[in-house]
Design a protein around this ligand. Structure first.
Ligand code: NAD
Length: 459
């Protein structure tokens, strides 16, 4: 017999899990939220999105200071106190995780620090204590993929180690040119490391628009980052003096480094809660498949966030969390996963949502594209911005916007207008005839729409 009973229990307190728990509590449910960590917020708050953004902000300050001379501003010799930076970053994380604890308390969500596992249909074990539940949500996230055959070595980091900011190594190799690899390259290059990014595919940020990625790559290389695409790391050896990464493909040879980051993707954590014991299927990749209502196929058990597969993004998890809480509480809800925005918070930022030009072509979807180069944006130039691009993919018949990509300063913020437009079925005219304030970077979205319509006067 289970000693404890939960009306609604959420396993995992990341952006998916806590959002789900809080929404369910707001809907009048009696909620239990379980996570092995000492603080709420999961990977995103504790060792992912938030600390990385704090370090990326520091990288931006360093870059701005280095380029101050272009504006007649000199600040003397630049120095970075890694200890102080780490303290600042950790302070931001603590402020947010403490905030979550307060939000949970005010909603009377019972938080348990522990590791949960299913023991049957409707029952769980949490650190040796038996629980029964009416409804459960699996929100146990993902973990960094470890490359097989790599030796155990303190100089080999995953993204969590990289965000610990132990040191700025003289030579840093980053395996994987996805979002994590590129964000860490941006941080460590600003901190003074000689960074080499090794990407297996022919393009960094695979999946993003090729034209926009070319602009990003050129800026990263101009900042001194070496990028090898179409290149596979086949082996790693550690000697006292250095790590040696052996590569083949686009770059064939050895790369010596003082530290290496593995940023080759994340793996869903489905197996850690033994969901199959409760009848929930989990595949070989640790993924629990769900429908648009986050149902697993087993009555009363839902799954949300990274554990449900790609795209493994916090904002998708949060929305799924709300959907699961609402469906479980008898409301109508669903999440359409076609319009999940992606942002690499590099310098410059790269942001996209909906269809890219290549995807529209591959899928045989009738489309046209229009773009606006940021070299013609007064706001971009007057804020020290370099090359940038706004690009829209649209339907030639209805002029509905099907996809958007932006590369440049604040691209991640600017993307929201495009996502809202796509959600609401906006046409090029809707965007072009919306008065955008001048001078703003947001004008580049309207200019792109005007260009497609042939009404642009700014080029
Ligand atoms: P990713 O899948 O985005 O990128 C991994 C990259 O590594 C891929 O481009 C892949 O081709 C490459 N790769 C794989 N094996 C390789 C090998 N042996 N040698 C060289 N390259 C290899 O994964 P990630 O960057 O590790 O990020 C993990 C997840 O976290 C992603 O889902 C990502 O979207 C998410 N994330 C998002 C943000 C954000 O939204 N800003 C930030 C960090 C992470």
């Amino acid at each position: 017999m289970a000693e404890n009973h939960a009306d609604f229990i959420v396993l995992g307190a990341g952006p998916g899990g806590y959002a789900c728990a809080f929404r369910a509590a707001d809907l009048g449910r009696k909620v239990v939220l379980v996570d092995p960590r000492a603080t709420l917020g999961g990977v995103c708050l504790n060792e992912g999105c938030i600390p990385s953004k704090a370090l990326l902000h520091a990288a931006e300050i360093i870059r701005e200071a280095r380029h101050g001379g272009d504006w007649g501003i000199s600040t003397g010799k630049l120095s970075v106190d890694l200890g102080a930076l780490r303290t600042r970053k950790n302070g931001i994380v603590a402020q947010l995780t403490d905030g979550l604890t307060g939000l949970a308390r005010r909603r009377k969500v019972q938080t348990i620090r522990g590791t949960a596992r299913f023991t049957g249909a409707g029952t769980l074990d949490i650190d040796g204590e038996g629980w029964s539940f009416d409804q459960a949500v699996i929100a146990v996230g993902s973990s960094p993929v470890q490359l097989p055959g790599w030796p155990k070595d303190d100089r080999i980091w995953d993204s969590t180690d990289a965000l610990d900011l132990r040191e700025a190594p003289k030579r840093l190799a980053i395996v994987g040119g996805g979002i994590i690899g590129l964000e860490m390259a941006t941080v460590y290059s600003a901190l003074g490391s000689q960074v080499t990014v090794i990407e297996f595919m022919e393009q960094i940020a695979p999946g993003a628009d090729a034209e926009a990625v070319t602009i990003l790559r050129a800026v990263l290389e101009a900042e001194g980052i070496t990028i090898h695409t179409g290149t596979k790391v086949t082996g790693v050896k550690g000697s006292k003096a250095a790590l040696t990464l052996t590569c083949e493909g686009g770059f064939a040879g050895d790369i010596k480094a003082d530290a290496a980051i593995q940023a080759v993707g994340r793996r869903a954590n489905g197996h850690v809660v033994d969901p199959q014991v409760a009848g929930v299927d989990v595949d070989d990749h640790g993924i629990i498949a769900v429908d648009e209502t986050c149902r697993t196929g087993v009555d009363g058990i839902f799954a949300i966030g990274d554990v449900t597969g790609n795209p493994m993004l916090a904002h998708r998890a949060t929305h799924q969390g709300h959907v699961a809480a609402e469906i479980a509480s008898g409301h109508a809800a669903a999440l359409d996963t076609d319009l999940i925005p992606s942002v690499a918070y590099t310098s410059p930022e790269l942001a996209w949502a909906g269809l890219t030009q290549a995807q529209a072509k591959e899928r045989g979807i009738a489309h046209k594209v229009a773009s606006f180069p940021w070299a013609a944006s007064g706001r971009n130039l007057s804020s020290g911005g370099g090359d940038g691009l706004t690009k829209l993919v649209y339907c030639p018949e209805t002029h509905r916007v099907l996809g958007a990509t932006l590369v440049g300063r604040n691209a991640g913020e600017l993307l929201a207008e495009c996502v809202l437009g796509m959600e609401m079925g906006a046409s090029l005219k809707d965007i072009a005839l919306t008065v955008h304030a001048h001078p703003t970077l947001s004008e580049t979205v309207a200019f792109t729409a005007e260009r497609a319509l042939g009404t642009l006067t700014d080029l």
